[in-house]
Ligand binder design. Sequence first.
Ligand SMILES: [Zn+2]
Length: 303
Amino acid sequence: METKNAFTLSIDWEDFGQLLGRDRSGILTKPLAITIDRQTDIMLEMLDETGKKATFFILGMLAQYRPDLVKKIAAEGHEIGLHGQYHIDMRTLTRDQIFQDLNDSKNLVTNIIGTQIYGYRAPYFSIDNSNLYIMEMLAELGFTYDSSIFPIKLKRYGIANFCKEDTLYNLPNGKEIVELPLTVVQLYGKNVPIAGGGYIRAFPGFFLHRMFRKLNRNQQNVMLYMHPYEFDTKRIDCSTNYPADIAYSKIKTHLINLRWNLFRNSIRHKLKSLLQQYEFITCIKKAEYVKSNSHGATVLGRS
Ligand SMILES: [Zn+2]
């Protein structure tokens, strides 16, 4: 299989307990070591067993407590990308706040691994037509590629009719950036973002294989995106991750736990079988390929 056709596996490396606790209490706390350790080890083991490399988009607020784990991921030859500092929807921040989030997290993670970072994924895929200037900021900060755009309009994010192919763009500031958009497939006349953990969890294995074979045959890009908790072998209970005085009600706790755990155990098996069956390369390798095989960059408009 050529590089053009190779799949990419991206992991948004964040801790569900730390995020939930912060969103609930407004306080940034240390993540529970046992959970993120276990989840990270499971991912690294699966990648090692299948001989594949992935891209980990590192969240700064987790990296600041666990630089050891970031180093461990990098030491196994996986690409380290950036998922920002505080995991806040970019559409709620000012330009200055966005720049600060990007710059702070970039400096933090770069200092941990001691090498440059080339790629970025926005929290909640929150780059859309309202804040495309973030692409210019990324290029100015030295990023080669972004992978934050859903090329369809979904309820909470996405850009309608955005190019679904990996593309090199010329930016209004005279710089350029490669966009590696999230994968969508046409299913019964609807666009379905099939490559995310939630969909991989919900669809049966044979069906996923058929979809990915189709994408592969059509030479469409396949960007899988997962989160550490999706690999966990243990049941996840959100109530154990923050102090009792800020806990959710019993019903809410039950609903969150249901959402985190439903069919989750099937993910490891399905993902492993995809890793075994297809060629996978890191996002930066894909971005470099796109850059060197582009015949002139497309212009990305300023919003
Ligand atoms: Zn995230």
